[in-house]
Design a protein around this ligand. Sequence first.
Ligand SMILES: NC(=O)c1ccc[n+]([C@@H]2O[C@H](COP(=O)([O-])OP(=O)(O)OC[C@H]3O[C@@H](n4cnc5c(N)ncnc54)[C@H](OP(=O)(O)O)[C@@H]3O)[C@@H](O)[C@H]2O)c1
Length: 401
Amino acid sequence: MTAPKKKIAILGSTGSIGTQTLDVVARHPERFWVVALAAGKRIAELVDQARLFAPRFVACADGADVAVLRAALPSDTKIASGQAGLALVAAESGADVVVAATDGAVAFDAVFAAVERGTRIAVANKELIVAAGELFMEAAAKSGAEIVPVDSEHSALFQCLVGEPRERIASLILTASGGPFWERSAEEIRSASPSDALRHPTWQMGAKNTVDSASLMNKGLEVIEASRLFGIGADKIDVLVHRTSLVHGFVVFTDGNVKAQIAPPDMRLPIGYALAYPDRLDDHARTDPFSAIGLDPGASLARLEFQRPDLERFPCLGLAYRALAGGGTLPAALSAANEVAVEAFLKARIRFGEIAEVVEEALDGTLPEPLSLGAVRAADARARELARKAVEARLGALSNP
Ligand SMILES: NC(=O)c1ccc[n+]([C@@H]2O[C@H](COP(=O)([O-])OP(=O)(O)OC[C@H]3O[C@@H](n4cnc5c(N)ncnc54)[C@H](OP(=O)(O)O)[C@@H]3O)[C@@H](O)[C@H]2O)c1
């Protein structure tokens, strides 16, 4: 007997993770059915997606775009905007799996609403887990919602942990590509341009995520994410730089055995796993042993190389460990301040090296409050304000180098 198709809702369908999720769904129409899509401002793309996948529910960020969607889509499509639209897609669409693939904090309430209904969340939205991960995991434990990570490193750890007792984890190791600046000097990194930072060696991602990879803030956010998802303290989570992004994570067990997950750097693999879990898709796997693990088919020698991260040249990673150790609302402040700093960098308002300075100033001005969604929102708003001030203070310096 064939299993019923899983109903999929995607928050952030026009983004990097969203479009790759649709790609996975399109390859497996016998297994998945898109019931709901939410996007922000790329309305033409959203219309194309909705025409192709015929979801019952469609949402956009801005109320002014509803009329465009109304005119373009069948009359029985339910359409909404803003927070109501995100809630419609996440919690009212009846999806079996909600793919949380918006960036930043915009979909926090909608994803929480879906978790409270016990819906499986395929979670890519890093900022959500960083800022409110403990609350999120608590809510999931209460409702029985399964949380399956989409981020490749966390998917790796999740896959290594299937069937393993969590109390037997000695440590988790996340790998980092090192980004485009790994071989550069501190001075070159400090003055790198947005186009340099957007040139990622192995992964294709949205702009914010790509800049975060270049600063290693992405890895810092992932350390916090791993701590929240797997209930492991900062002292048991390490990072190793691995330029080819083939090994995504290691779990070291208390008996000394180590499991690693290896796969070509293609986000459709962890996305497909999160949709199909506990099953696996019949997809992608290659038979040549070198290409199966992401190397050139003709390769005769494969080396897996790892290095320790350099916190001097990449201070954002250290800031993330500091926020995780401080706990409470500090990770929310870190993530929010980083969003402001990255946006300012992409608009050429601050230098690349100043991203860490802006985030550090915001952290210095934040007292860790005990966690609640209200406290997360307040810490987020205050950190943004502090970060904006730190950016403003640097504007003069940038125009008079
Ligand atoms: N990309 C990756 O490989 C990767 C890997 C691991 C984790 N992640 C995490 O996954 C999340 C998404 O990353 P991404 O690279 O896919 O980002 P992205 O390409 O920038 O996509 C963000 C998506 O969110 C939508 N969005 C923004 N504001 C919205 C709003 N107010 N209402 C509804 N939708 C809204 C955007 O819509 P419009 O574009 O239409 O405005 C877009 O569809 C991030 O948290 C990132 O850290 C990404």
